[in-house]
Every structure is written in structure tokens, then in C-alpha cells.
Write a protein that binds this ligand. Structure first.
Ligand SMILES: [Ca+2]
Ligand SMILES: [Ca+2]
Length: 336
């Protein structure tokens, strides 16, 4: 069969379009190794990238509720939009980020133990944040008997986790607050990433929704919804298999364009910025975004308890700096 020139051109144009739409991988990102905490860091070239998200969840189409008399369903939509925290991601705008390095993995219990051993010998005077509460010793919440109920053997047998659940060496450290993350980073010769740095490392410059691309697929990363490791309602074999955090790097196919792992889910990650919901509108091109004390520090990436929307690269969250939970850890960045 002979193909006409027009057909060939059309096929070529389609192929070019498909290639252009395919997620770009930058697997050859330069890496450095940090002796102090045994980490591998990926170097992210300086760039001006599109940060944020202008999309609306398909369930809440872009019909504005502004300027209309609010009816109950409008209120529901407004509340739902707020709950999805997408308003805080608008508008998409270009932000300049200088060259920096970021941990390939979330900080693990093994690494955090090195820091804690050092603090116990040396104190934390040289690494703590100036606003750190008095008397803090940096021990993660779950490294002590935080829940007296778990002391009772019968009760502990009923719980879906034990005191060991969050202690394994290759699991991300959790139950650490922003001051713990800040001090660890300083001890390691690093710092916490800004929101802009974190987002660039997670999605590159093509505005993709998730680190691997624009299509959601169960099993690519560790999020919520599976009470027993598998969602009882979903019989497919590709659910992620973890109720709580998985060992870091367990989901190889979810690597970001720069090769950073677990940037969607597993544990949510503290960032350096103060959180502000309207920051993108007020400070369109600033990095870091939040420099004014809002009472909350920014968090990125979603966790083992998130929905798919919550682990999008541009999704933003926040907590008070002293908040500690089994869903929350961090990774570090470094000026180079
Ligand atoms: Ca899970
Ligand atoms: Ca994560």
C-alpha cells in the first residue's frame, strides 16, 4: 500500500505530538554523595519553571460561584475546592530557581539515628533554629512509648501497628516536627528545600501532575485507601501494598524527571517556607514564597494516607511547626 504525502505528514505530525506529550525523563541527572548522613543528592540545574496549577478537579468544573447567591451546593463546591487545596496553587506562574541539590530519598530512620547520636554527645546549640522551643531533644514521637495503650499486650495485638512499625532502618523517619527537620538538615550541612525547589525537583518544567507524568495509576506510589495493605473494594493486584510508610525508594516507576523518589506520597515532607494560601497571587515570582511568619510551615508531596489529588506535584499543605505525625517526614536540599 502506498501512502500519500498528506498521510505521511499527518502520521509524522501525530508522532511528533505524541513524543512532545510523553513525559520527559532526565535519568542522567548529576549526583553528589554526602558523607555525614550517607545520602545521595541529585543536582537540579537552575531554571525558570512553571509552578502551580490552573486545573480544577473534574468533579468541580470551572463554573464560578463568585457573584451568585450561594446555594447549598455552591457552598459544598467551595468547601470541596478548599479541601482539595487547589486554590492555593493558583495561578501558574514562572518562578526562577537557582542550581541546587536535593536528597534523592526521604530521610530514613538510619540517617536520623546518626543525627540523634551526635546531638546526644554534642547538644544541638550549633544546629537548632533560633525559635526552637526550650527543652526539645529531637527524639521522633514514635521512638518512645507515645501510646500507653500499646503497653498492654492484648490491646497492642488489636492495633494495626506496633511500636516497631515506624522504626525500621530503611523507612522514612516520621513523627518529627519542623524544628527537628531544620536541625537535622543543618547538622548534615544541608537545609530544607523551598516549596519552589521541591516542586521543580518533583515535576521538572512541563507542568506534569505527578512525578511520572499526567496519568494516575494505582500502585505507582504509596498513598491511602488500603486498610489492610489492599483496598477491600478493589480486587486488582496493583494497589500499593502499604498501610503506613514503605521503605524509601520502593516505587521505582514513580521517579521524578530528575530521579527523585517518593515525591508522591509515602511521607509528606516539611519545606522551609512559611505557608500562605494566597502567596502565589501576592508574590507571583518569589522563591522562597513564604518569608513572613504565618504560624504554619509548608508541607509537600502527600503521604500514605492521601488521595491521588493530594500527591500531585503542585499540591500544597501546612501544619504548625511543632506538629508531629506518622505521615510526616522530610528530605533536605543544599546550595552547591
Ligand atoms: Ca498505601
Ligand atoms: Ca514523600
Amino acid at each position: 500500500m502506498r501512502l500519500g504525502l498528506k498521510t505521511i505528514l499527518t502520521v509524522s505530525a501525530l508522532a511528533a505530538l505524541l513524543i512532545a506529550c510523553a513525559p520527559k525523563k532526565q535519568e542522567t541527572a548529576e549526583v553528589i554523595r554526602i558523607e555525614r548522613d550517607g545520602s545521595e543528592m541529585v543536582i537540579i540545574p537552575g531554571s525558570i519553571f512553571a509552578m502551580g496549577n490552573d486545573l480544577t478537579h473534574p468533579d468541580f468544573a470551572n463554573q464560578a460561584v463568585e457573584g451568585k447567591a450561594l446555594r447549598p451546593y455552591h457552598v459544598l463546591i467551595a468547601r470541596a475546592k478548599k479541601a482539595w487545596q487547589m486554590e492555593a496553587e493558583r495561578p501558574v506562574r514562572k518562578v526562577r530557581v537557582d542550581r541546587f541539590a536535593i536528597d534523592r530519598h526521604e530521610v530514613t530512620n538510619r540517617q536520623y539515628r546518626l543525627f540523634l547520636d551526635w546531638v546526644q554527645l554534642n547538644g544541638d546549640d550549633s544546629v537548632r533554629h533560633e525559635d526552637q522551643p526550650v527543652g526539645k531533644d529531637h527524639t521522633p514521637r514514635y521512638w518512645t512509648s507515645y501510646n500507653p495503650l500499646l503497653q498492654d499486650e492484648a490491646t497492642a495485638a488489636l492495633a494495626p501497628f506496633s511500636s516497631e512499625t515506624f522504626l525500621k532502618d530503611n523507612m522514612p523517619v516520621v513523627g518529627v516536627d519542623w524544628f527537628d527537620a531544620y536541625a537535622y538538615a543543618k547538622w548534615a550541612g544541608k537545609r530544607l528545600p523551598t516549596e519552589a525547589e521541591w516542586e521543580l525537583a518533583a515535576r521538572g518544567d512541563d507542568e506534569r501532575l505527578w512525578p511520572w507524568g499526567n496519568s494516575w495509576s494505582w500502585g505507582l506510589c504509596n498513598i491511602g485507601g488500603d486498610k489492610s495493605g489492599k483496598d477491600a473494594r478493589d480486587k486488582s493486584p496493583d494497589r500499593d501494598g502499604y498501610i503506613y510508610p514503605a521503605p524509601v525508594g520502593s516505587f521505582a516507576d514513580s521517579a521524578s524527571p530528575f530521579g527523585c523518589m517518593d515525591m508522591a506520597g509515602n511521607v509528606a515532607e516539611w519545606c522551609a517556607d512559611w505557608y500562605s494560601e494566597d502567596a502565589y497571587k501576592v508574590f507571583p515570582d518569589r522563591n522562597p514564597i513564604g518569608t513572613i511568619d504565618s504560624g504554619y510551615r509548608s508541607i509537600r508531596g502527600g503521604s500514605s494516607q492521601s488521595v491521588p489529588s493530594g500527591v500531585r506535584c503542585s499540591a500544597r499543605s501546612f501544619e504548625e511547626p511543632e506538629f508531629r505525625k506518622f505521615t510526616l517526614g522530610f528530605r533536605c536540599a543544599k546550595d552547591i
